[in-house]
Ligand binder design. Structure first.
Ligand code: SF4
Ligand code: SF4
Length: 381
């Protein structure tokens, strides 16, 4: 294994990525709901489908501070902050921001101010173009996407987490254009139809057209898209080499939760530090998306990225696979600002150029970014 590593890392670009990751060190991640309250009721929201709002957040500030102190002492260094709607609990989001690497996912209706949150990665959720998004998220009344665009105009902290649906692939281009024109970054999620809406929203239609559109967007905006074609392929097909996605291989489980007592013994790797905390910050759930979610329709991108990350050995058989593993890791660290975002975001075009699963392998050409890349390599190595 050591020999293969050394050979692959003779490539200066891979060496640069690997050096950055090594400097940052391993992640000890948790996920927490910072509040049980939300100002929307999106169709297919796992949080309310699974009635997680029954675990109410502590009203006592000392209790919240105690949680932060315990997680610090336990060694946690990265927190995914969800909810509920985190922007309704900004004072607590600020405490998390000051204590850990973190990312927050918000519906964007309330702007998270710049002051005090200058380097915070902000994931803005959008589920389709204005009509679709207003239907799915705004109960056909609130123009959520339009409000969030206005709130985060030219805000470089903002990364759109665009949840795509199989038969709405034709909306991807327009939504992506609007997000990029707004001065933001984009990544993609895949909608699992847990509310049984069917039709355009039924994941059983398969994501091939969606993948093709995402690849098109990566080619068009290589400096703006924070998911690789490799990650998109693994998430949407549920296939990692000969392994199929599902509960038995999912690494994003809470290991000490009673519901997972058999899973941790089945021999497949998992993140031993990870916990997904309910809003009460005392109880945990089976995984990031609940206790009862059907793993068969789970397209959670973070969970799939963990699956890739924890399977380094499978990615060592050739340089191409190793590159896919390393770029997956790097995109996670970059998007979550664990490595210096402003300095390293210029690497995105080259990361995409090297990621596999292009339907037309030669269609991606590196343009005049190559000079900038050489300058970065010269400085770093
Ligand atoms: S904004 Fe998020 S937490 Fe609130 S209902 Fe929608 S998906 Fe659920
Ligand atoms: S629902 Fe998804 S994240 Fe949760 S255990 Fe199943 S596969 Fe893993």
């Amino acid at each position: 294994m050591h020999d293969q590593f050394a050979t692959y890392l003779e490539d200066p670009f891979l060496k640069l990525l690997y050096t950055d990751l090594s400097k940052a060190g391993p992640l000890k991640a948790i996920l927490m709901d910072v509040t049980h309250v939300c100002n929307l009721r999106c169709k297919g929201c796992y949080f309310f489908e699974d009635k997680m709002d029954q675990y109410q957040s502590p009203s006592d500030e000392a209790e919240f501070d105690g949680f932060i102190a315990r997680e610090k002492a336990r060694g946690s260094n990265f927190v995914t902050v969800v909810g509920g709607e985190p922007s309704l609990q900004l004072d607590r989001v600020k405490k998390i921001y000051d204590a850990f690497w973190m990312t927050v996912v918000t519906n964007g209706i309330n702007k998270i101010p710049y002051e005090g949150f200058e380097n915070m990665p902000i994931g803005l959720s959008v589920w389709g173009d204005h009509k679709t998004d207003t239907y799915l998220r705004g109960n056909n009344k609130i123009a959520v996407f339009a409000k969030a665009l206005a709130n985060y105009k030219n805000d470089r902290r903002a990364i759109w987490y665009y949840t795509t649906t199989p038969r709405n692939a034709h909306e991807i281009e327009s939504v992506t254009e609007q997000c990029v024109a707004n001065g933001n970054y984009v990544t993609y999620n895949f909608y699992g139809d847990i509310s049984g809406l069917g039709g355009h929203y039924d994941h059983r239609g398969g994501f091939e057209l969606v993948r093709r559109e995402i690849n098109k967007m990566i080619r068009r905006y290589p400096g703006k898209i924070l998911i690789s074609s490799y990650i998109s392929q693994v998430v949407s097909t549920g296939q990692l080499f000969d392994e199929e996605w599902g509960y038995n291989v999912c690494a994003s489980i809470t290991p000490d939760n009673e519901l997972n007592k058999d899973r941790v013994l089945n021999g497949n790797p998992y993140n031993s530090h990870f916990r997904a905390y309910n809003p009460d910050l005392k109880t945990t759930r089976r995984c990031c998306v609940g206790n009862d979610r059907d793993c068969g329709n789970c397209y959670d991108v973070y969970a799939h990225i963990s699956w890739i990350m924890i399977n380094l050995k499978r990615h060592l058989r050739c340089k191409k696979d190793f590159t896919n593993w390393l770029t997956t890791m790097y995109l996670f660290y970059l998007g979550n600002r664990i490595v210096d975002f402003e300095k390293r975001v210029e690497l995105l075009p080259e990361i995409h150029r090297r990621s596999s699963y292009w339907s037309e392998p030669d269609a991606y050409h590196l343009g005049n970014e190559s000079a900038a890349l050489e300058a970065i390599l010269d400085e770093a190595l």
